[in-house]
Ligand binder design. Structure first.
Ligand SMILES: NC(=O)c1ccc[n+]([C@@H]2O[C@H](COP(=O)([O-])OP(=O)(O)OC[C@H]3O[C@@H](n4cnc5c(N)ncnc54)[C@H](OP(=O)(O)O)[C@@H]3O)[C@@H](O)[C@H]2O)c1
Length: 266
């Protein structure tokens, strides 16, 4: 049996595709000849990501970057309408843009929670709502929500992120049965500590709230991972490729944790 993904010619939207897990996933999809739309705010970073992706061995796929702030409903619409103008269809959505502040609960304001919920929870929900009518028309769609282990295993100094992720797990599972009627699959990947810019920022915030050095925090974090290593963004990308391929055609409403064995559970 060969693991052919058969994704060539499909079109994918990747939110937060200019860095970290999103960029790795955009590169992986492009390398499978998928037309790729990356959305993020910072124009310069976006342009650099497009250059990096285009420099991969040519696959006849196309890539565009769309500057969008996914906390804004109108920008979500812009991403979807520009994708349809450029490529005429959408097959795959990778919901990935997220950012939540870490810190001690009593020091976090309402804004820390509202910002996290608005970007990641509502941002993911809005994108699903915006793409589903198009996926329904073609009776085929593949959605992956990049969530995170704190949804299932909350931590006291990461409650804006944890509450966002718990709600997104509920949403992913809750909507999966309805979407299945139109052959649209929606799954979640929950990364553990993954080697990205965001992980560095979180390490700084966590270290500060715990009153230890960043190096101490990192050493403790790695020690708590049974496999003893931080996840690489490419590992999340590889699983996303599998989940959006026909190899996973019977998988929907699932969450897969990629965390070095940090959170075993039944
Ligand atoms: N890294 C980890 O350890 C880890 C663990 C668990 C879960 N996750 C989840 O994985 C996802 C990706 O994380 P990452 O570590 O790859 O993050 P990252 O390296 O910080 O990249 C985040 C991406 O999202 C974009 N973004 C941020 N705010 C945005 C906004 N308002 N509108 C549009 N785009 C926005 C960023 O570009 P701009 O700033 O230019 O907009 C960037 O492209 C997140 O949902 C995160 O919660 C990560």
């Amino acid at each position: 049996m060969s693991l052919e993904l058969h994704l060539s010619g499909k079109t994918a939207i990747i939110t937060g595709g200019s860095a970290g897990i999103g960029l790795a996933t955009a590169k992986a999809l492009y390398s499978e000849s998928v037309n790729v739309v990356v959305a993020a705010r910072n124009q310069e970073k976006l342009e650099q990501a497009v250059i990096d992706i285009q420099s991969l061995p040519n696959t006849n796929a196309k890539i565009i970057g769309i500057s969008a702030d996914l906390t804004k409903a109108e920008d979500v619409e812009k991403v979807v309408s520009t994708t349809l103008e450029q490529f005429g269809k959408i097959d795959i959505l990778i919901n990935n843009a997220g950012s939540a502040k870490a810190g001690s609960f009593l020091e976090l304001s309402d804004e820390a929670f509202l910002d996290a919920w608005n970007l990641k929870l509502l941002g993911y929900i809005r994108l699903v709502r915006a793409v589903v009518p198009h996926l329904k028309n073609q009776r085929d769609g593949r959605i992956v929500n990049i969530i995170g282990g704190a949804g299932r295993t909350p931590r006291p100094n990461f409650l804006p992120g944890g509450t966002t992720n718990a709600a997104l797990l509920n949403f992913t599972r809750g909507i999966s049965k309805e979407l299945a009627q139109d052959n649209i699959r929606i799954n979640a990947i929950s990364p553990g500590l993954t080697d990205t810019e965001r992980a560095k920022t979180l390490a700084e915030q966590n270290a500060q709230s715990l009153g230890i050095s960043v190096e101490e925090y990192k050493a403790q974090a790695v020690k708590a991972i049974p496999l003893g290593k931080i996840v690489k963004p490419e590992e999340i990308a590889a699983l996303a490729l599998f989940l959006v391929s026909d190899l996973a055609s019977s998988i929907t409403g699932a969450e897969i944790q990629v965390d070095g064995g940090s959170t075993p559970g039944v």
